[in-house]
Design a protein around this ligand. Structure first.
Ligand SMILES: [Mn+2]
Length: 384
């Protein structure tokens, strides 16, 4: 069976909303041309409560899959669903008793949600079992895995999908689950969440990366696309999509004046633009490092820069540039929901401890406070 694995399309992404949709569309079109089924590895949406316009984008992507006559059959499930299987990502995770956007799309018969719910599919006597676990906060991944106690199905090719980082992917983050915590005995492990492409365990664990640039990090310069896996050959290939090129560069200065910085940026942009990188205008991020000359204010740098034909982002990280550091902290907080959530979670943990209130899942309470403050108040009233 040929399986297309697409992850992290981030529909509704604030900064590059058009790219997110166009590039996801291209991935879906190519997947429909070449695969017997499609698996989605979470973060289809950028937010857990997408706007109707963004839900409409997902419906537009999934409708051709619904219309297509799939050759795969579901021996254990009523037919009527397309061969599109998904888990929710960390961006789509909501509290119990609410409906996340993946569950919503399943209700519309546009996909099958395989979070903690295995599906068996069959084509030409070949049986493939697909199951997975949606994204959870990292500290709960190990306990969620042991609670759900996944095991492979007999006489099938077994696929396990997850949306999480592991010790082996990000060694700098402490206390993460590792490869050995994953359920054993599956033939293929597919992982979303990580936005750069990776292959581990001799091709048994595959990460396609996101289909769109989200954070403008150095590691996001790879070509975007998805994985096409052949269960009979046990081999895979990466299928590229025509994504907006992203170029990341660093420039280092010593006691630099404004004119020197601007000239360096200009020649770097000119040089980059001289090599045609693709159909659309490239996205260029330049990180500025080192030291500034006395009296030079880094805040003046981008005021004079105006380029056509590319999207330019400048990250100013000069030594001792306190004004810019403060701006960066504020901007980082504004742009990263996760950081704000972490701050909020820490405050909530402190308050719960002060009030000697021992809740076993403070993160669920936190989500409830965000989504449904009334219910949260009721819950707290009962617990305290
Ligand atoms: Mn993601």
């Amino acid at each position: 069976m040929k399986i297309a694995f697409i992850a992290d399309t981030h529909l509704g992404l604030q900064k590059f909303r058009e790219d997110a949709f166009e590039q996801a569309k291209m991935a879906f079109q190519k997947a429909l041309e070449s695969a017997d089924c499609i698996i989605l590895g979470g973060d289809i949406f950028d937010s857990k409560v997408p706007a109707p316009e963004i839900l409409a984008q997902a419906i537009e992507l999934l409708t051709p899959a619904k219309a297509r006559k799939w050759e795969v059959k579901y021996p254990q499930k009523e037919n009527g669903f397309p061969a599109v299987f998904a888990i929710h990502g960390t961006h789509e995770r909501r509290t119990k008793d609410t409906i996340n956007p993946i569950q919503l799309l399943e209700k519309a018969s546009l996909l099958v949600n395989v979070h903690a719910s295995p599906v068996l599919v069959e084509k030409n006597q070949e049986r493939v079992s697909i199951v997975g676990i949606g994204g959870v906060p990292d500290e709960y991944f190990k306990s969620a895995l042991s609670a759900l106690n996944f095991s492979p199905a007999p006489d099938s090719f077994n696929i396990f999908i997850f949306h999480q980082t592991l010790q082996e992917f990000t060694p700098q983050v402490p206390n993460l689950a590792s490869l050995e915590n994953l359920p054993q005995g599956f033939d293929l492990y597919l992982c979303g969440h990580i936005h750069g492409r990776k292959s581990l365990l001799d091709g048994k664990l595959l990460i396609p990366g996101s289909t769109v640039v989200t954070q403008l990090r150095e590691e996001e310069q790879q070509k975007k696309g998805f994985i096409l896996y052949d269960t009979k050959q046990r081999s895979h290939k990466f299928v590229e999509i025509d994504s907006r090129p992203f170029i990341y560069r660093e420039l280092e200065f010593t006691d630099a004046k404004l004119s020197e910085i601007e000239n360096s940026i200009r020649s770097l942009v000119d040089e980059t633009m001289a090599t045609p990188a693709g159909k659309c205008n490239p996205l260029i991020k330049i990180k500025l490092k080192g030291t500034l000359a006395k009296g030079t204010n880094s805040c003046d740098v981008d005021a004079c820069l105006n380029f056509t034909g590319c999207h330019l982002e400048i990250d100013k990280q000069f030594d001792g540039d306190l004004a810019q550091q403060k701006i960066d902290i504020l901007r980082g907080l504004r742009e990263s929901q996760a950081s704000v959530k972490e701050l909020g979670m820490n405050i909530l943990r402190e308050r719960l401890a002060e009030n000697k209130c021992a809740l076993d899942k403070p993160d669920e309470l936190f989500d409830l406070i965000v989504d449904e403050p009334k219910k949260a108040a009721e819950k707290l009233g009962k617990e305290v």
